[in-house]
Ligand binder design. Structure first.
Ligand code: ADE
Length: 230
């Protein structure tokens, strides 16, 4: 099976590239796509750059141009749930766009007509992840991830997102990538390790923990790849 692995920042895919070691690189539509085989699968790996627009472009290219049949996102997130500490892993059950606002026309926050408020991650990939977590002796949290084109560094905004979407973590790409995959009918999975808690100290924590948390997520994703059916 051809599997896409994407992150938003170089730091999120570097641990994957250094594990797979040998790969080819192709420049296409503003990104570099790395191709290799790993665990008996063909992989296409890329980082998109930050945010919903760039991540939607990269995901679309991975599916349409590189013909990936499943997509795994690996990266970091700001924690909302009090259970989530820096370094903890959270997989998305479903994702929403917290910055979509056409409430002026009576729509709920996050809703776009003819779309869905939440996009659900693939159930089989989530159950595979649960098995991997048990075998690795890792606590894997499952919850709603809210995506928006904002680095959230305020308790007020974080609490609004928690209250409005029942979200457990937030980041800047998951829902847009999920939306692309849903529209192309390709199963997807979003995994994030917590780098900060999206409040006043978020930017300092993000700088301190981006690399180590990205490594935690990448290691887990590669373990999933090894166990994916062919
Ligand atoms: N990714 C990691 N931390 C984040 C935060 N606080 N806001 C948005 N995206 C993030």
């Amino acid at each position: 099976m051809k599997i896409a692995i994407m992150g938003a920042m170089r730091e999120e895919i570097d641990p994957i590239l250094s594990t797979v070691e040998k790969y080819t690189s192709t420049e296409y539509a503003g990104n570099i796509f790395y191709e290799c085989t790993y665990g008996g699968h063909e992989l296409v790996i890329a980082y998109s750059k930050i945010g919903k627009v760039f991540s939607a472009i990269t995901a679309s290219v991975m599916l349409e141009h590189f013909k990936a049949q499943t997509l795994l996102f690996s990266g970091v997130a700001g924690g909302i749930s009090k259970e989530l500490k820096i370094g903890d892993l959270v997989m998305a059950s479903a994702l929403c766009q917290h910055d979509v606002d056409i409430t002026a026309f009576g729509h709920p926050a996050g809703f776009i007509p003819e779309g869905t408020l939440m996009v659900e991650a693939d159930a089989q990939l989530r159950s595979l992840a649960s098995e991997v977590a048990v075998d690795m002796g890792i606590d894997l949290y499952e919850g709603i991830i809210a995506t928006g084109d904002q680095f959230v560094a305020s308790s007020e905004r974080k609490e609004w997102i928690e209250k409005t979407f029942n979200a457990d973590a937030l980041e800047m790409e998951g829902a847009s990538v999920g939306c692309v995959c849903q529209n192309f009918g390709v199963p997807f999975f979003v995994l994030r390790a917590i780098s900060d808690t999206a409040d006043g100290g978020a930017s300092d924590d993000f700088d301190d923990f981006l690399k180590t948390s990205a490594q935690v997520s990448a290691k887990f994703i590669l373990e999933m790849v090894k166990r994916l059916g062919h």
